[in-house]
Design a protein around this ligand. Structure first.
Ligand code: NAD
Ligand code: MG
Length: 396
């Protein structure tokens, strides 16, 4: 892109939604290594006004938005004298996504990221998407908006970023399948008895990746891979049956594309999200990233195994949601968000997460849904239903 086209006065103007999270902080880490190249427009957080204000001052952001309206006073106080504009509330977060920038990182966790992501798509910015729940909850609508606006959506999720790098979009009919790799999470070797009693601390202790609490629990249940199958179905022109999952505990191969001539193309790298973030930041170019370079001789062995459907029922539930389509992925995602929050609050056990999701999916009304309002209604219904089911589980 020529400099004169940039919205940041010769620098690239950047907004980060969810800047206080794991992906948000990794994104800032890359930007701060080359301050002459970037100007930060908007940073957002959920509750943590102090951390948000500190980030905004540090990088000279134009605006900081905290989603929790009760933190507005804290944010204003923490930003006083800085010249950074402060705002609060979910609507302010979504509106901030309309401010003109060149590149947006969508890294809010959960369906709360849907509204800002849709606004960013409509704004004409390149949108780097980490927030997979947005595609699981409302993938048809988001992708239709991407097509209608001629937007560029770049997948940051490491598996989808890997596939994006090796998928022949000009000849999708030559692709036989895409293969998502899964680390298997912290409970890959554990039995059902261990998992029944597993604590939040055990579930968030991921062997390879350092991530936010919600996605770490999703990795432990393997719902993360289930969400990623649905995410992949929206990002790549392949049928449901052409999306496979394989457990690869080293997390070195980030995913693969199998072609009809027997070739399988993979993208490899150290498990560090700064590689896919850097890819999406520099795309279609590449940039240096401060990651540990892959040392295959030291790693020595890459291993693979089939996922266990008995210990990880979330994979089956996500496959059913993918096959069923309509409102079911929305219900899967919303009930999973509620159940994971309940587990992290120690209100339900680890294995109850999939039980709550399955029960909510079974109770869900069928039929197609097409509008955003219908999706939001279904999302709200599933959250209520899952919360009721969780109260019942906790009482047992
Ligand atoms: P995180 O919990 O570390 O950070 C989440 C961010 O979203 C924080 O800034 C938080 O303040 C904000 N947030 C949370 N709830 C919000 C709400 N209701 N409204 C507005 N803002 C809210 O999570 P993370 O690990 O950075 O993950 C972010 C997204 O990226 C998730 O969708 C996750 O699945 C995806 N992702 C993360 C990784 C990773 O390595 N961390 C890898 C692939 C994909
Ligand atoms: Mg992933």
């Amino acid at each position: 892109m020529a400099d004169r086209e940039l919205k940041g006065e010769g620098r690239r103007a950047i907004s980060i939604f969810g800047s206080t999270g794991s992906i948000g902080r990794n994104t800032l880490d890359l930007l701060e290594r080359d301050p002459a190249a970037y100007r930060v427009e908007v940073l957002t957080a959920n509750h943590n006004a102090a951390q948000l204000a500190e980030q905004a001052r540090r990088v000279g952001a134009r605006m900081a938005v905290v989603a929790d309206p009760d933190r507005y006073g804290d944010l204003r106080a923490a930003l006083s004298g800085s010249g950074v504009e402060a705002a609060a509330g979910p609507d302010a977060v979504a509106e901030a996504a309309e401010r003109p920038v060149d590149w947006v990182m969508s890294a809010i966790v959960g369906a709360a990221g849907l509204a800002p992501t849709l606004r960013a798509v409509r704004s004409g910015a390149v949108v780097a998407l980490a927030n997979k729940e947005t595609l699981v909850c409302a993938g048809d609508i988001v992708m239709a908006e991407v097509a209608r606006c001629g937007a560029t959506l770049l997948p940051v999720d490491s598996e989808h970023n890997a596939i994006f790098q090796v998928f022949d979009f000009a000849r999708p009919q030559r692709v036989e399948k895409i293969i998502l790799t899964a680390s298997g999470g912290p409970f890959r070797d554990k039995d059902m008895g261990f998992m029944e009693a597993a604590t939040p601390d055990q579930a968030v202790a991921h062997p390879n990746w350092s991530m936010g609490a919600k996605i770490s629990v999703d990795s432990a249940t393997m719902m993360n891979k289930g969400l990623e199958m649905i995410e992949a179905s929206h990002l790549f022109p392949v049928s449901e049956s052409a999306i496979e999952v394989i457990v690869h505990p080293q997390s070195v191969i980030h995913s693969m594309v199998a072609y009809q001539d027997g070739s399988v193309l993979a993208q490899l790298g150290s498990p560090d999200m700064r590689t896919p973030i850097a890819y999406s930041l520099a795309w279609p170019d590449r940039m240096p990233a401060p990651v540990e370079k892959l040392d295959l001789a030291r790693i020595a062995r890459l291993t693979f195994e089939a996922p266990d459907p008995v210990r990880f029922p979330a994979l089956r539930l996500a496959r059913e949601a993918l096959q069923g389509g309509g409102a079911i992925p929305t219900v899967l995602n919303a009930s999973n968000e509620v159940a994971v929050a309940g587990f992290l609050d120690r209100r339900i056990g680890f294995l109850d997460i999939a039980r709550v999701v399955e029960d909510t999916m079974e109770a869900a009304p069928g039929g197609t849904i097409t509008t955003l309002d219908e999706i939001l209604e279904m999302d709200a219904w599933a959250r209520r239903r899952a919360a009721e089911r969780m109260t019942a589980a906790a009482a047992q």
